[in-house]
Design a protein around this ligand. Structure first.
Ligand code: COI
Length: 354
């Protein structure tokens, strides 16, 4: 635990920051100067260190490489006008990470390890939190097996790390999404509710097929009947139908998105009717065709609020109403930004400031 072991800090000899064009940041391409890591030796968390961002040394027999024994999180830090750095709802990521860890037979990350590493890393790389509108510092905590063993069993040794990267928009314009009716992302009893690499890797091939047809992403449907819409590859899905906010209820196959939860909280606070339930593909298509679908958007940490322009289903494209007239999602994005960038009261206590 960090209570007993202070983080060793080895500053990078040279900063890369002067080489970064902050007016044109591509998501996930540029990493800040430092990384945090701590090892788990089977009993204790040991050797917490912050040092220069650099390649890892890992056993070629690591179960992370062979069996996907690896989980991750994604959260963002925002720079306020007065220089304050604020992380958005890190408590939810902490809980979700430990839920994923349990599912993957990994040790729980102690709360002090999580928060002390976040605070120390953001402090040393504070100047990497960008200031341009719509930008933030994406924080990627991850935990993976550091065993040296080929065989299927719970791992004993692990490494927890945190890296950060300045980012802009994940999607630069409203997206075209296709309802997937053959491939499956998650099933009842599976690990769809976790943030493990195992859920993302196999989704790339179906998404690539959809991209070849001109779509940006997929809408996954349930693994049994392809009857219900679940989530998209990078975000939860939300619809405004007849003035109500409708989204798939949480369960084994749906990630408990932090942006999803924030949107639902704001909607309830504003008196918008919210339904978390099974959402049939037929209902989505019918609502578009009859003009009752006023808005459709994705909600995710990377994607933030991603407007959906078109939904493809069974070889047909269904266009959604223009983005400019989407009162709810535009208001939600404005409010989330106002909270995150410190322009309005943080009435739900969502910000962790440094
Ligand atoms: C996130 O939203 O943080 C994710 O991990 C999704 C990934 C597409 C970047």
């Amino acid at each position: 635990m960090l209570d007993t072991q202070p983080i060793q800090v080895e500053k990078a000899t040279e900063s890369k920051i002067s080489k970064v064009d902050f007016s044109n940041i591509q998501f996930g391409k540029i990493y800040s100067d430092h990384q945090f890591s701590i090892s788990y030796d089977g009993e204790n968390w040991i050797k917490p260190i912050i040092n220069a961002y650099k390649p890892l040394q890992i056993s070629p027999a690591s179960p992370a490489l062979h069996y996907g024994i690896s989980i991750f999180e994604g959260l963002k830090a925002y720079k306020h006008e007065d220089g304050t750095v604020a992380v958005f709802r890190p408590d939810m990521n902490f809980e979700r990470m430990n839920l994923s860890a349990k599912r993957m037979c990994m040790p729980q990350i102690p709360e002090d390890v999580y928060y002390n590493s976040l605070n120390a890393l953001l402090d040393i790389d504070r100047q990497w939190v960008p200031v341009n509108p719509g930008t933030s510092l994406y924080i990627r905590p991850f935990l993976f097996s550091d065993d040296d063993f080929i065989g299927i069993r719970p791992s004993q040794r692990f490494k927890y790390m945190v890296i950060t990267c300045p980012v802009g928009a994940y999607y630069s314009k409203p997206v075209r999404v296709k309802i997937e009716t053959h491939f499956v992302r998650a099933v009842e009893g599976g690990s769809g509710y976790c943030k493990t690499g195992c859920n993302y890797g196999p989704a790339i091939y179906p998404a690539r097929l959809a991209q070849e047809e001109g779509y940006d992403q997929l809408i996954w449907t349930d693994g049994k009947y392809h009857k219900y819409v679940e989530e998209s590859g990078t975000m939860n899905l939300m619809f405004i139908i007849d003035g109500k906010l409708i989204t798939a209820a949480l369960g084994d196959t749906i990630l408990n998105g932090i942006t999803r939860d924030s949107v639902l909280t704001l909607a309830k606070d504003w008196g918008v009717e919210v339904e978390e339930r099974k959402v049939e593909v037929a209902e989505v298509v019918d609502a578009i065709e009859t003009g009752r679908m006023q808005e459709a958007f994705g909600a995710g940490t990377a994607a933030t609020i991603a407007q959906i322009a078109t939904i493809g289903y069974n070889g047909k494209d269904y266009d959604l109403p223009p983005v400019e007239g989407r009162d709810f999602s535009n208001r939600v994005l404005r409010m989330l930004d106002d909270i995150r960038y410190g322009r309005t009261e943080d009435k739900f206590g969502w910000l962790h400031t440094l």
